[in-house]
Design a protein around this ligand. Structure first.
Ligand code: SF4
Length: 184
């Protein structure tokens, strides 16, 4: 798929679902290159502003897997609003570290974390209505919505972010050289 942007500035949104924010830290590792990027890009929801919801955007970058109902809600909001949706990093692409809990039942995970773990004080499983409902299994993004591109790595390098965004801004299919393609 190739999207040709005709607006003066391309609108980009980012979010972290069940992830460690490491992919976002790598994104911010663009350092001064982010200044050049801002000549062509404006940010919707992202770590560099306080926008709470994804509004209509050209590109959505999503880090992290889906482990609870709120993650699913945010992902669907991104899919509805972003012309191009990119799964960023191992957690978004295949579940990554959060999906390690898929080897166990949800009940086993909750008991281990809140009842049986060494050092647990006042053991009880939290049950507040404010806490998003956990999914029984962790899912990568493509199992719930259509994903347009995948940016692999744990995390992808800042150079890889720059390359993918530059390709898209130039109306090209994103293509990473082997040196930027890694899966660890
Ligand atoms: S892919 Fe790696 S760096 Fe990115 S959110 Fe997952 S664990 Fe963190």
């Amino acid at each position: 798929m190739r999207e040709v942007f005709t607006v003066s500035k391309v609108r980009v949104a980012t979010t972290s679902l069940a992830g460690c924010f490491g992919c976002h830290m790598s994104f911010l590792d663009m350092d001064e290159r982010i200044v050049g990027l801002l000549e062509h890009v404006e940010f919707s929801r992202s770590p560099i502003n306080d926008i709470k919801h994804c509004d209509p955007c050209d590109i959505g970058l999503v880090e992290g897997a889906l482990c609870n109902a709120d993650n699913v809600h945010v992902l669907k909001e991104f899919r509805e609003n972003c012309k191009i949706l990119i799964a960023v990093g191992a957690c978004a692409i295949n579940g990554g570290v959060p999906a390690m809990r898929n080897h166990f039942t949800l009940q086993e995970c909750l008991e281990e974390a809140f009842l049986d773990m060494i050092g647990v004080d006042n053991p009880h499983i939290p049950n507040d209505v404010e806490i998003p409902l956990l999914l029984s299994k962790v899912h990568p993004l493509h199992e719930v919505v259509k994903v347009d591109y995948y940016l692999p790595g744990c995390p992808p390098s800042a150079d890889a972010f720059v390359k993918v965004l530059t390709d898209l801004l130039e109306g090209k299919e994103p293509s990473l050289p082997k040196s930027m393609l890694h899966y660890d």
